[in-house]
Design a binder for this molecule. Structure first.
Ligand code: GLY
Length: 315
């Protein structure tokens, strides 16, 4: 058995590329890295890698993480700049016994010294969107903050080994040095090859309050089916946060167990991508359902066409 699940429609092409590897006995680690690099390299995805939206200073500061579900090795970077593929840096850091989570200048310096490709990650398009937002902020009192769609991937290979990875340019217009959930183990991602894995996307400030990726894996470890674990972790926490803090940001999680079964839970409309040895690659639409359940439907062509238009629309 092999399988992959990833947050958002944007992960689909990356999953197609990584699927080719898994089908010929490739490793789960390579599949995670291949799929996320695809998203990082695509300039029209404005929340990850090249083309990602910048912070308030106009700088694209990126967060990423990689986790090996066999050894629990984790590598992560936060606030890294001018490096083409943060996921690859995170994966390399996962091999380090010490100093495996680097931030800011330390992360960028590590990547440069290790020979990772450098690039100004701010595209003209992302710069235009940033300038437009600055103008809007000067004119109105709109919240500067939106757009933080992390790509998170879980992969299972034919050796029954699992890995997880995340990559994000974080919250659009974030303060310099702000870090989200994506590089934080337990919040943005978690994987145990003997149980399964989960990854998150959404408002990092809220996701990290619930350590939701870890919670899903923990519940699977206690014997819950993957979809039950997603529902049980996400919806009661959503209610609790609303009750205690008065408001909850958008968040969504996907999970896969060690046998390639998958699930998702979300408090907003959300898309995700899946491929397994038993199922054709597909994109699904998830919505919160009644009584702490999730409604999952195949995506429609109409939705996909509108999405394609939206991401490439002139600024
Ligand atoms: N989930 C990504 C972030 O909040 O930065």
């Amino acid at each position: 058995m092999w399988g992959m699940i990833a947050t958002w429609r944007m992960a689909y092409e990356g999953i197609l590329a990584a699927k080719e590897q898994l089908e010929i006995n490739g490793t789960c680690g390579d599949a995670v890295e291949t799929s996320i690099r695809w998203v990082e390299d695509y300039p029209f995805y404005k929340s990850v890698g090249y083309g990602g939206l910048p912070n308030e200073r106009g700088i694209v500061e990126m967060d990423a993480a990689f986790m090996d579900g066999n050894t629990f090795k984790i590598g992560a970077v936060a606030g890294i700049v001018d490096i083409t593929n943060p996921i690859s840096v995170a994966r390399k850091l996962s091999e380090e016994r010490f100093n495996s989570f680097r931030v800011g200048e330390g992360a960028t310096e590590y990547a440069m010294l290790a020979g990772f490709e450098r690039k100004n990650m701010l595209t003209d398009r992302a710069k235009k969107i940033w300038e437009k937002r600055l103008r809007e902020m000067a004119r109105t009192n709109i919240s500067p903050y939106d757009g933080h769609d992390t790509v998170g991937v879980i992969s299972l290979d034919m050796h029954q080994e699992m890995a997880a990875g995340t990559s994000s340019s974080g919250l659009f217009m974030k303060k310099h040095g702000r870090v989200g959930d994506s590089p934080l183990a337990g919040s943005g991602f978690y994987v145990d090859s003997q149980i399964g894995g989960a990854v998150a996307t959404g408002l990092g400030e809220d996701l990290m309050k619930g350590c939701l990726s870890y919670e899903i894996v923990r519940l699977m470890g206690e014997g819950l089916e993957v979809q039950q674990a997603c529902d049980r972790a996400v919806y009661p926490f959503n209610d609790l946060l609303k009750q205690r803090a008065g408001k909850v940001g958008a968040f969504s999680l996907v999970a896969m167990d060690k046998d390639g079964n998958w699930g998702a839970a979300t408090n907003v409309e959300f898309t995700f991508s899946v491929a397994t040895a038993n199922e054709q690659p597909a994109i699904y639409l998830a919505n919160p359902g009644p009584n702490h359940t999730t409604i999952i439907q195949p995506i429609t062509q109409e939705w996909l066409d509108a999405y394609e238009k939206r991401i490439q629309a002139p600024v």
